[in-house]
Design a protein around this ligand. Structure first.
Ligand code: ZN
Ligand code: ZN
Ligand code: ZN
Length: 368
């Protein structure tokens, strides 16, 4: 695990941001927030593991005694943290509360389970609970060069899978059969886990989050393939290409070309200082001008890092100015209910003067 990716200095930066936000302590249970701060990919379990980052004073981690060896073997051990091991008959929430005193506000990991957040409410009745994400988003959104390199590696891995897709798609196979082969290829390409495999043929392509079904792919059908996984280092890939099994319907080919130009325009609009929503508008305006505005039914993109969907969101209403290090998807789509659909998705990182695409397979309609 690269120590550049999860630098030891991050904990101090988080503590400083916590104090600045007027939060007395962050409580980070297993999930992306904990991993981001410590590098520790702790299992989410009913037994409490929780990094406590007080605005002032020493951070520590509550750990079930049986998880202690795993915590000590994890990258969190580099941080010089105290591990507060608790035994099976202890109440770790009470132990944490006793150490915390009487905080006014605590920031809970965005993905904390309700069973933990409610227990923290019980033992800290005077504390207002807010999302730790309010603090962590500012850090997580701005990818370091090491994080950009990890996302680039993830992009290359998923591109290698897309290059194999034309060999897997053919009339007569079911979506599920194709998806199974793609899932294998995602792991073989260097991912640790398969996060999702969408193989949406014909009319299923009009449902953006269709996953797979037993539908048999027919000749002459467009197929939307949206795939992603997580590398061992925690960073995620996500890329969509739309293929056609044989010659597609003429109207499909026409709107696919509109989509391709819209996706290009949005990628070209990326540069520091422009509002995130302007990237959405760059794609949406072109699609609307061509008469397909009502068929582009989702935002243009989402941030990506150690989660597939994180900030910043590329959506109308997000006026946040782009900064170097923002990494996000650009994935406009056109969906004709009952008929077919298309989406083209690349991960793009904002650089000093423009965007860099981290996915680089052909965006022309690939006819297989
Ligand atoms: Zn999606
Ligand atoms: Zn996707
Ligand atoms: Zn996506």
């Amino acid at each position: 695990m690269s120590s550049d990716l999860y630098p030891v200095s991050r904990l101090a930066a988080v503590q400083e941001a916590t104090a600045k936000a007027g939060i007395d302590a962050l409580l980070l249970t297993p999930g992306p927030d904990l991993r981001y701060v410590t590098g520790y990919d702790a299992k989410p379990l009913e037994r409490l593991t929780c990094l406590v980052v007080p605005a002032a004073g020493e951070p520590y981690m509550m750990v079930p005694r049986l998880e202690l060896p795993a915590a000590q073997a994890s990258p969190a051990s580099r941080l010089g943290l105290e591990f507060v091991a608790w035994d099976e008959t202890d109440d770790p929430y009470r132990i944490a509360a006793a150490r915390l005193g009487r905080p006014g506000t605590v920031g809970l990991a965005d993905r904390m389970w309700a069973m933990s957040s409610l227990r923290f409410r019980d033992v800290l009745p005077g504390a207002e609970q807010v999302l730790a994400g309010g603090v962590l988003r500012e850090l997580r959104m701005r990818k370091s060069p090491a994080e950009v390199a990890a996302l680039r590696e993830a992009g290359e891995a998923i591109d290698a899978v897309h290059r194999q897709v034309p060999g897997l798609l053919r009339a007569g196979r079911t979506e599920r059969e194709v998806a199974r082969d793609i899932a294998e290829a995602i792991l073989a390409a260097g991912h640790d886990t398969v996060d999702f495999v969408i193989v949406a043929s014909g009319p299923n392509g009009a449902s953006p989050h269709h996953e797979v079904s037993d539908r048999v792919i027919q000749a002459g059908e467009p197929v939307v393939v949206d795939i992603g996984g997580q590398l061992h280092n925690g960073y995620c890939s996500d890329s969509t290409r739309t293929y056609s099994v044989g010659e597609p319907p003429a109207d499909f080919a026409a709107y696919y070309e509109v989509l391709r130009r819209a996706q290009d325009a949005a990628c070209a609009a990326v540069r520091p200082g422009v509002p995130c929503e302007s990237i959405d508008a760059a794609a949406r305006d072109l699609i609307a001008e061509a008469g397909f505005g009502d068929h582009f039914i989702h935002r243009t993109g989402h941030g990506i890092g150690i989660e597939t969907h994180e900030e910043p969101y590329i959506v109308t209403g997000n006026a946040e100015p782009m900064e170097p290090g923002f990494a996000f998807s650009v994935e406009p789509g056109i969906y004709l209910a009952g008929r077919h659909g298309a989406r083209i998705e690349d991960i793009v990182v904002c650089g000093e003067s423009g965007g860099e695409r981290l996915n680089n397979t052909s965006r022309e309609l690939v006819i297989v």
